[in-house]
Design a protein around this ligand. Structure first.
Ligand code: EPU
Length: 434
């Protein structure tokens, strides 16, 4: 099994550069299917989720090539509606964006129900509601989603989301860009990657307004043209290094970030006694000698505290003396990592969406499991602060979302080795991409 072995007890010191935002990239890549021409996309994170989506586009007839390590050109001019590699779609959550982009481009879509991390039930009813409002017939059968624009092309509509959903907001935006007439999404999500997707689409000739507020207006256009776009830095990757610096009592300058996107994370870190200084495109984080507990940490849609930082903070609060409470406001079941932390000596109780941490107990190395992407990152942080050796298995989850995680941490002074089953050293193969 693929594993990381971590020798704990090191403080992180130095500078780390953040990659492009995963959750922006995984929407922008499928959205490139709408464009007749070459999209040059800069600051693409090289992670397995983006690799999978690029491979799917290639199978649909796109030409994809790397210009340098983080710049890619995608030309979907020659893409055709055809069966896509369903085994790849099934692996990742973001394959749901292919419903919107294939419908917009071809008037037809067949995708698998999306995969991704398991946090309990993750329905896509709001995506389906949106596509139906735009004039598609949508059926879910045998694990597939079949969608067809009834008039051959989608029509603008007013759509109120019953639940604030990042995925549904972005999927409807993608589908509506080439629809006839105006679409209005109400109760839209406001995450930075939603603004990023809108900016990408607009730079290719779309007319999307209001992204970043709860009402997004999209005036359909006849076609999109090629162009150049640079993806924003990854808020969660940055937050993960911030917590890693705080937890290990180190000092790390985290560069290529937008400090405004990190505000809720910086504010909570300051409550723990961590020093956080913001610069124009960087943050400096210095861990305190003694971490303080926090009263109440609740995850919420942006600009609230992100659910994708909840497990990393769970580890941090295990190190702070006293009782801390975390409430998970987005998912039913995002505390699976707690069982793994208990193996390392953490004292934590979970009741539904609430987790009570009795902090201040020393963590000790143990064999643990990366239950999902962020839980895996949290276990890496736990391993770095624990005494002794921690072995984490199923690390492919971590590599879905963190570019060169081990390399970047080791450059900051961590002591982590990678063991892949097949002896490989770089899992992001991009075999189908020149
Ligand atoms: N929901 C519905 N119906 C829907 C869609 C969502 O009930 O049709 C519910 C979900 O079950 C959840 C809540 O609404 O309780 C919010 O889900 P959302 O749609 O916002 O999440 P998502 O699009 O499935 C994206 C990220 C997640 C991140 C969430 C929240 C991608 C590919 N994934 O998921 O990222 O946790 O937004 O910010 O963009 C991660 O990066 O580790 C990760 C899990």
């Amino acid at each position: 099994m693929d594993q990381y072995t971590i020798h704990g007890g090191t403080r992180l010191h130095g500078e780390v550069e953040i990659s492009g935002a995963k959750n922006a990239a995984v929407a922008i890549i499928p959205a490139a299917l709408l464009v007749q021409g070459v999209c040059r996309i800069e600051n693409i994170p090289r992670i397995s989720d983006t690799d999978t989506l690029l491979t799917i586009l290639v199978e649909l007839g796109a030409r994809v090539s790397y210009i340098n390590k983080s710049t890619i050109e995608i030309d979907c001019t020659g893409a055709r509606y055809q069966d896509a590699p369903y085994d790849l779609m099934r692996k990742i959550r973001a394959s749901y964006y292919l419903i919107g982009s294939m419908l917009g481009r071809f008037g037809n879509a067949k995708t698998t129900m999306p995969g991704g991390c398991n946090f309990g039930v993750r329905p896509i009813d709001q995506h389906i509601k949106g596509m139906r409002a735009l004039g598609a017939q949508v059926d879910v059968k045998n694990g597939f989603v079949y969608a067809e624009a009834l008039d051959g092309r989608l029509h603008g509509a007013r759509i109120y989301l019953d639940k604030v959903s990042v995925g549904a907001t972005m999927n409807i935006m993608i589908a509506a860009v080439l629809a006839q007439g105006r679409t209005i999404i109400e109760n839209a999500a406001r995450e930075p990657h939603i603004v990023d997707l809108a900016n990408f689409l607009n730079s290719m000739g779309a007319d999307v307004r209001g992204a970043g507020t709860d009402t997004i207006k999209i005036n359909g256009v006849e076609s999109l043209h090629g162009g150049t776009y640079s993806i924003i830095p990854d808020q969660i990757e940055a937050g993960t290094y911030m917590v890693a610096a705080a937890a290990t009592g180190g000092e790390v300058l985290i560069t290529n970030v937008i400090p405004k996107h990190l505000e809720s994370i910086s504010a909570k870190l300051r409550e723990t006694g961590t020093f956080v200084e913001e610069y124009e495109e960087a943050v400096l984080v210095r861990g305190p000698e003694k971490l303080h507990r926090v009263n109440n940490l609740k995850t919420m849609p942006y600009p609230g505290f992100p659910t994708d930082m909840q497990p990393q903070f769970g580890v941090l609060l295990c190190l702070a003396e006293g009782t801390s409470v975390i409430t998970e406001g987005i998912y039913d079941n995002r505390f699976k990592y707690v069982n793994e932390l208990r193996k390392m000596g953490a004292e934590v109780q979970v009741d539904g969406r609430v987790c009570v941490i009795d902090g201040g107990h020393k963590l000790s190395g143990a064999p643990v499991h990366a239950c999902d992407l962020r839980a895996g990152a949290a276990m890496v942080i736990a391993g770095m602060v624990a005494g002794g050796t921690t072995v984490i298995d199923d690390v492919h989850f971590i590599e879905r979302g963190y570019e060169r995680f081990v390399e970047k941490l080791n450059a900051l002074g961590a002591d982590i080795t990678i063991d892949y089953d097949d002896g490989d050293t770089d899992r992001v193969s991009l075999s189908s991409v020149s």
